[in-house]
Design a protein around this ligand. Structure first.
Ligand SMILES: [Zn+2]
Length: 356
């Protein structure tokens, strides 16, 4: 199977999300506490459209920094890559809007500059939020060292992964200084990578794999088969394990939960986790036994599962099973959730949605 897609195949290589798996009824007496697919509020009405400014980054200065220039001034291959990435990013943007009523990575329209054909960084890609409130996505080139036969511009799963980093950054904006040390730890970076992997592969329905579109069908990461499957003391002490490796532990909890609860409900719960709960949980990590960033994220997904499936629902049980399977069940226990429960009314972040 060639990873090279015909430019004429508009959007056909990006599968639409499968119809939501019908959620089982919550257990008797569970009540109807905010159940359902997360739906971002936009009181102003219509969601602002996505705007992308395209640039060429094929030449670079010292330190490999791209010299971004208008696409028209770059080589023809940059325009071909931009056309390919545009098709995928448009579909990804539609998926976010259809699923969660989210207007792009920042929920304000998702304006960004995309710099394609960044030769100096090989097969890498990145997303950066800029101080002026816009985002920048950088996309590299084909890279034999990691098996990329095409630029990541041809990989919807990699582009979606990068865009989700923008979502995570948006939802954690402006946290107080006391929380910053937790955000600088490897565990938080692993959580960030895992959220990016789980939301992107789940919504694209790629069987939890990414990068396969440009690697002859072979995934760059396979969340069902992580190299480190479980968190324990020696994993915690092994400073040689970097964040993408540790992310595999975190993501496996979602994979295990989805085996019984279905992919989309779990992905919804994880989205609710980052959209509404992780921030609140990070603010309460000083409570004894709260477990820093990892504990905060486990609880955020559990509260996300309660939001989506209802308290005491099968989805909540499935999520707890997932965390137990990867050695982090202590943060998902009922006792832990009760002990760290945010004050009434603080469970969901007040949405600040400027009209712009
Ligand atoms: Zn990443």
């Amino acid at each position: 199977m060639s990873p090279i897609r015909s430019i004429g195949m508009v959007g056909s290589d990006i599968p639409s999300p499968t119809p939501a798996v019908r959620r089982r009824r919550p257990a008797a007496g569970a009540g109807a506490t905010g159940q359902g697919t997360p739906h971002n509020e936009h009181p102003a009405g219509k969601l602002p459209p996505m705007r992308i400014t395209w640039k060429d980054g094929s030449t670079s200065g010292p330190m490999g920094t791209p010299i971004a220039r208008p696409l028209s001034q770059g080589p023809a291959e940059s325009r071909i890559q931009a056309a390919e990435a545009a098709r995928h990013l448009t579909r990804i943007d539609e998926i976010l809007r259809e699923r969660w009523n989210r207007a792009g990575w920042d929920d304000k329209g998702g304006a960004m500059t995309v710099i394609v054909n960044q030769r100096a960084m090989g097969g890498n890609a990145y997303f950066a939020s800029l101080t002026d409130g816009t985002g920048e996505m950088g996309i590299g080139v084909r890279d034999a060292r990691i098996g990329f036969q095409q630029s990541p511009a041809y990989s919807p799963s990699i582009l979606f992964h990068e865009l989700v980093h923008g979502i995570v950054g948006t939802e954690l904006q402006g946290l107080p200084a006391k929380v910053q040390p937790y955000l600088n730890q490897r565990e938080h970076n692993a959580i960030n990578e895992s959220i990016a992997d789980v939301l992107s592969t789940g919504l694209l329905n790629t069987n939890w794999r990414n990068g396969q579109e440009i690697r002859d069908g072979s995934p760059l990461r396979d969340l069902t088969n992580p190299s480190v499957p479980k968190w324990n003391g020696s994993v915690r002490r092994d400073t040689g394990l970097e964040e993408h490796t540790l992310a595999g532990v975190v993501s496996r909890a979602a994979v295990v939960a989805a085996e019984s609860a279905g992919t989309l409900p779990v992905v919804d719960a994880w989205y609710a986790g980052i959209d509404s709960h992780y921030r609140t949980e990070l603010l309460s990590v000083e409570k004894p036994g709260a477990g820093r960033a990892l504990g905060a994220w486990v609880r955020a997904t559990m509260r996300g599962a309660e939001q989506v499936g209802g308290k005491g629902s099968d989805l909540v049980d499935a999520m707890r099973d997932g965390w137990e399977a990867v050695g982090l069940g202590r943060y998902a226990s009922k006792a832990q959730l009760d002990a760290t429960a945010p004050p009434a009314g603080a469970g969901t972040k007040p949405k600040r949605r400027p009209k712009s």
